[in-house]
Design a protein around this ligand. Structure first.
Ligand SMILES: [Zn+2]
Length: 243
């Protein structure tokens, strides 16, 4: 570790342990993100540093369902900031917080904002936050001709397909899972919500269409997108705004 170049990109995966309906395991987000992060690391070998995955997420909106564990939003903000700060303290300059859970989006972005302000005198500090399903280079729905959903839901066609690919023994009976529409919750406003507001069974989307083949295709486009971002981190000149 001491010999490692401090220009080595650090990938810090952040996920969750929360309810995923009645057909998917609590650890879904951590399993899927761990798979993608591991595949990215395998592509780059020793040119990147993959940190252990943070499994505790900001999952307050799932707490009405058994099994969910969550850090309160402000605690989560400080937790992530403290962990990201560790890498800065060790001298690393190119940091990516790679996210696999929707509830982490706001606090994760706040962390990279706040830490950049706190370390404002340090040049060449690259602090990135990205959610894996936003990184695909082409529309994920085009990854497989049979995909029905056009965006990520929750314990949905996309997540269920990916888990069928990597851990099918953890997926329950999909025929019994009712479809839950995404709806239009006062868009483009952002509505605060708890899961019972929109889904009594706890999932969003239509898992009945999930297949392992679709999951393989989705994992491939999400891994390629994340790897592309890491490649840009590697190629960054260390000072310019563009990357
Ligand atoms: Zn999930």
């Amino acid at each position: 570790m001491q010999a490692l170049s401090r220009d080595t990109p650090v990938i810090f995966p952040v996920a969750a342990l929360e309810q995923h309906g009645r057909h998917m395991p609590l650890f879904t987000d951590s399993l899927l993100l761990g798979e993608i992060a591991g595949r990215v690391e395998a592509q780059f070998s020793t040119r990147v540093l993959l940190a252990p995955l943070q499994w505790l997420g900001n999952s307050q909106h799932h707490l009405d369902f058994a099994g969910t564990m969550s850090a309160t939003p402000r605690t989560y903000l400080d937790l992530l900031a403290g962990q990201f700060e560790n890498f800065i303290a060790h001298g690393f300059r190119r940091l990516l917080m790679l996210n696999g859970h929707g509830g982490n989006d706001v606090p994760g972005k706040q962390v990279v904002y706040e830490l950049r302000q706190q370390h404002r005198a340090q040049p060449g500090l690259l602090l990135l936050f990205a959610t894996y399903w936003d990184l695909a280079l082409t529309a994920p729905a085009a990854a497989h001709a049979g995909l029905q959903q056009t965006r990520m839901g929750h314990a949905c066609e996309w997540e269920t397909s990916m888990l069928l690919q990597i851990a099918p023994q953890l997926v329950g009976d999909l025929a019994a899972v009712p479809p839950v529409e995404f709806g239009n919750a006062f868009e483009p406003a952002t509505r605060g919500w708890v899961m019972p507001d929109r889904s009594p069974p706890g999932h969003i989307g239509d898992a009945r269409h999930a297949t392992a083949e679709k999951g393989a295709a989705l994992l491939q486009v999400f891994t390629a997108g994340a790897a592309s971002l890491v490649q840009r981190m590697l190629q960054w000149d260390g000072s310019s705004w563009e990357g």
